[in-house]
Design a protein around this ligand. Sequence first.
Ligand code: GDP
Ligand code: MG
Length: 682
Amino acid sequence: MGPKKGSSSKSKDNNKVQIVVDDDQDSLAMVPSADQEQAVKAPIVISYNDRIRPLLDVVDRLRNLMVMKEGIQLPTIVVVGDQSSGKSSVLESLAGINLPRGQGICTRVPLVMRLQNHASDSDPEFYLEFNGKIVQTDEDHIANAIVLPTDEIAGQGKGISNNPLTLIVKKNGVPDLTMVDLPGITRVPVHGQPENIYEQIRDIIVEYIKPEESIILNVLSASVDFSTCESIKMSRQVDKTRDRTLAVVTKSDKAPEGLLEKVTADDVNIGLGYIYVRNRIGDESYDEARLEEARLFENHPLLSQIEKSIVGIPVLAQKLVHIQATIIARCLPETVRKISEKLNHNVTELNKLPRSLSSTAEALTAFMQIMGAAKESLRKILLRGEFDEYPDDRIMHCTARLAEKLNNFNAELQNSSQNYSTENFLMEEIRELEEAKGIGLPNFLPRAAFLTILQRRVKGIAHMPAEFMGQVWDYLEEIVVNVLMKSSDNYPQLQSSTRRAAHNLIAKMKEESFSWVMEIVEIEKLTDYTCVPEYMSDWTTLMNLQENFINEVFSEQKPEKVNLNYFGEVEVAHLRPYRQVIDQAYDMKMRMVTYWKVVLRRLVDSMALHLVFSVQNLVNKELEKEIVYELMGPNGGGIERLLDESPVVAAKREKLKRSISLLKEAKDVVSRIMDRIATNAD
Ligand code: GDP
Ligand code: MG
């Protein structure tokens, strides 16, 4: 079976439905008869492609199921226009009924109008559907029947709502069309309307016309300048290519002058073209109105010049039916695909939600699983350097980040100690040596002077290790909380106590680290010791330069500066009064320089080991203990907390279940009708 005209072919896979509609006008076109009297008496659309009707049924059923609430768009003809441009009148003309019409804002909720051609021998049917209710009415009372549900949806008064009301019209001679009438755009709130009425209406309109699946029927009054119409501005914003906008020009009878020129100029660039109409005026009956319209475009000196293929309600109906068939054929396969996709996605989501737990054993198992997962994640990122759970989240690559922090700390320490000033070279040592003088031989190097300088230096950097530790623990807290929250994602009732436990534990461990750091620093002040052999060799190298240096300082030339290769150019003029202590001062300085390197290295090394040790402890021992204590403690609520499902998860589950059943039904509807079409076509 090849794709024949207007047929639909269905593959074995229900999700892939292909619909082929012929795009040439023949099968749909009903060129209005030259004999206008005849056209008026005939049903608006006499021939209608039977194969499109079931597709329209699918769309209407899906609309009824409210699949739009699931974010699935349906092909829709949306009527927009400025207030009193004649929207409701156009719909009336198409349906051959009376709608609330007139001044002010009458249409306050989206009105979905479903017109269905009915066999000529059965009675017309009219009913309203809203909020799951169905209300029967009759031809003479539709306008009134709409008022009550409108009040129910949007409240009494002048407020508006985006919750739709559906009007079903089954009547002989109406075109099979589904359209949505929207509140008219108004700039100025009238008495009793909310201040932001314009924004509210605009939001509703945009919501309906934005989807690519919407055809915008823009109703323009002949008497206005089209380019200033709000509705034109709005449809231009969402329909950039303009090829889903059709314009209907109403009130042609009121402003016939220049109308033809206005449309020919097409300043506003309407992709699907213009149709001129004249609606029912005053108490005219529907049939009288059609007759008057036909006469007007036939006889009026100006209006009669307009091509007949773009005037009159019958032509409009024709065109809409054709457009509708085209968009349905274009969009439906995609819609069906989206329904399937959404359904699968929601089922997966539902399965991902935790089961609700019913016994302490189950709760304990769940808790152990959460803890196990969290600990494993932490071991990976903090100890083993495996980042498969966080490939792109660099902050979670902890081993690397911690090494980075340690390197920075080292660099900072080194920098802060580079302040060997070249100006007051050796002066600190000289001063301390003077102070250490006692009654005794002058050629002993006083150790007290050395220790004083050492203590001063250690004090100078004492804040840095503590700051470093602080930073590291803050970082670790962020990581631990992050991992714990992720692994207990599905049990929000657990999260506050785990977060608290992590916070308390880290605070405790941070305190311990601080006191350990203080101890390390104090120890360095206490004495000078190292078994590192480089101390002696480096010092000897520096001491070998001593004689040369001192000779130069006290030479005949009396230099301002002397080059001392390790230190660069140092100023020396200030040293000449201190001939007696200069040897000792030089010696002491060189001991300090070599020893200080040892001190800094020792600091960084022990910090590094301490860090690794603490992290190990945290992950392998302390964390779980702390969390269990917290959970079982007076504020924890115990493991049983896991038994009462969190309202968040419960609500999520309910929402998913509802959505799944709706989508399943939608899928059912589609496949049933598709089956029927396939059978009919065979
Ligand atoms: P809506 O606010 O856009 O729904 O506009 P309505 O359909 O309520 O129409 C506003 C007014 O314009 C009503 O009084 C209609 O009778 C009048 N009207 C609508 N279409 C025509 C038309 O083609 N010719 C004339 N003369 N009046 C019209
Ligand atoms: Mg209206």
